[in-house]
Design a protein around this ligand. Structure first.
Ligand code: UDP
Length: 422
């Protein structure tokens, strides 16, 4: 396990976006927790939504007086990440025969990492990669497991393998009630959606001119309509489906362009292969470009593409939450998103964008938006307000502080603390 260095943040700056009252509530909740040591553990420091959140949440926890740490798992055998990716896929519904060898590697890696845990008061273990740490940890901390995955159609045998490890935690955090498996027995069940930070390089203000110049530097014409999807190259994000939808749009709006942006995350071995397949699917269409961090697409570039998009697409087939949806809505861009997982929390159909189930629907809604600038502006404004109310990092911070207070109270007051509910 190794620590991740994060920057610093000042909670007070957020008051002008969310109001003084919310900031005061956070400070009130944080006061009794001052000095508490909190550790987040996940699989990667870069790429994907969890890393994105922790880069922002950890410094804010420190700003309100907690001793906040972030560690990432290390794996002696890199095949660990193949196994956990398959477990991730199985939790999203893909059948998987989890062999004894895979189980052993998974558990051995968590056991080795657990041996390096620092002494803390609270641990938040993120996603399946870190779920068995608690089993091997010999400490006095209160543990919560935060699941960022869309579990609506979890493959039962794999969930059944993980469930006992989840149940060793004091709390489980899911993005929405639909993801909590009915057979899960745990003291604290928390529903809390992920969040974005409005002050990062990715989400902060960026002048329209500058955004256009960045997009133009990647050989897109800022004067022509632009569809954008920002996602890891992952089958659940359906990049080929996005290309198919774009082609139907292009039949009616010939000057439309498509940008598929995707970072290649450290813990995502499938990414390169799917990128190659996506490029092949785009064939020789010069108005489609797939760009990654290796092309120089970083936070500022993501910001520029999201702001310059006519429509942002997130045509996922499964989606835990989809931070990219919140990122686009925050920038006032309507989103056409798959009607799956956490996307409908953000895309209110017909208000902040459109929810779609097929390539045809995706193309149809993109066309409607491309042809109606007023609709785009109206939906973009509604989307921005929805994110301001529900999905900014301050709400996430508040939810964590409430959980820590509950966990502490359960330990100190309840004689049955640690027992399973009846
Ligand atoms: N992301 C990025 N560059 C890319 C692709 C994605 O910075 O080329 C970021 C994206 O902006 C978002 C996160 O990675 O902040 C993806 O989170 P999301 O919840 O949408 O999906 P996940 O990857 O966790 O499934």
């Amino acid at each position: 396990m190794r620590g991740v260095a994060v920057g610093t943040k000042d909670l007070d700056e957020y008051a002008r976006l969310v109001g003084e009252e919310k900031i005061n509530e956070i400070r009130r909740l944080a006061e009794p927790l001052r000095g508490a040591r909190v550790l987040h553990v996940n699989a990667t420091a870069y790429g994907g939504g969890v890393a994105e959140i922790l880069h922002n949440l950890v410094p804010l926890m420190a700003d309100v007086g907690l001793e906040a740490l972030w560690y990432v798992l290390e794996a002696e055998d890199p095949a660990f990440f193949d196994v956990t990716k398959r477990i991730h896929n199985a939790l999203q519904g893909m059948p998987l025969d989890l062999s004894d060898q895979m189980r052993d590697l998974f558990l051995a890696t968590d056991r080795a990492n657990a041996a390096a845990l620092p002494e803390v008061d609270f641990v938040i273990a993120h996603d399946p990669q870190a779920v068995a740490l608690r089993h091997f940890a010999d400490d006095g901390a209160s543990w919560a497991w935060r699941c960022h995955i869309d579990l609506t159609d979890a493959y039962t045998p794999v969930w059944s393998f993980l469930r006992p490890y989840v149940e060793e935690h004091s709390a489980a955090i899911f993005t929405m009630p639909q993801f909590a498996q009915p057979d899960l027995s745990i003291d604290h069940l928390v529903f809390s959606a992920p969040s974005i930070d409005p002050f990062t390089e990715k989400n902060g203000p960026l002048a329209a001119d500058e955004a256009r110049a960045i997009v133009a530097a990647f050989r897109f014409d800022p004067a022509r309509p632009l569809l954008v999807q920002v996602s890891r190259f992952d089958p659940w994000k359906d990049p080929s489906g996005v290309i198919d939808a774009y082609r139907r749009v292009k039949a009616e709006v010939p000057d439309v362009q498509l940008a598929l942006l995707g970072s290649l995350a450290d813990d995502d071995p499938e990414g390169k292969e799917l990128l190659a397949r996506t490029i092949a699917h785009a064939a020789d269409d010069r108005d489609i470009r797939c760009l990654t961090d290796l092309d120089g697409v970083r936070d500022r570039e993501v910001n520029a593409f999201q702001r310059s998009a006519s429509v942002v697409i997130q045509k996922s087939l499964r989606e835990g939450f989809g931070l990219v949806v919140a990122e686009a809505l925050w920038k006032g861009i309507p989103v056409v998103g798959g009607a799956v997982g956490g996307i409908p929390l953000q895309v209110v159909d017909g208000e902040t964008g459109f929810l779609v189930r097929t390539v045809d629907e995706c193309a149809d809604r993109c066309l409607r938006l491309l042809r109606d600038v007023d609709l785009r502006v109206r939906m973009g404004a509604a989307g921005h307000e929805r994110v301001r109310q529900e999905f900014l990092i301050t709400r996430d911070l508040r939810d964590h502080l409430r959980l820590f207070a509950d966990l502490r109270a359960a330990r100190t007051t309840a004689p049955t603390a640690g027992a399973r509910p009846t």
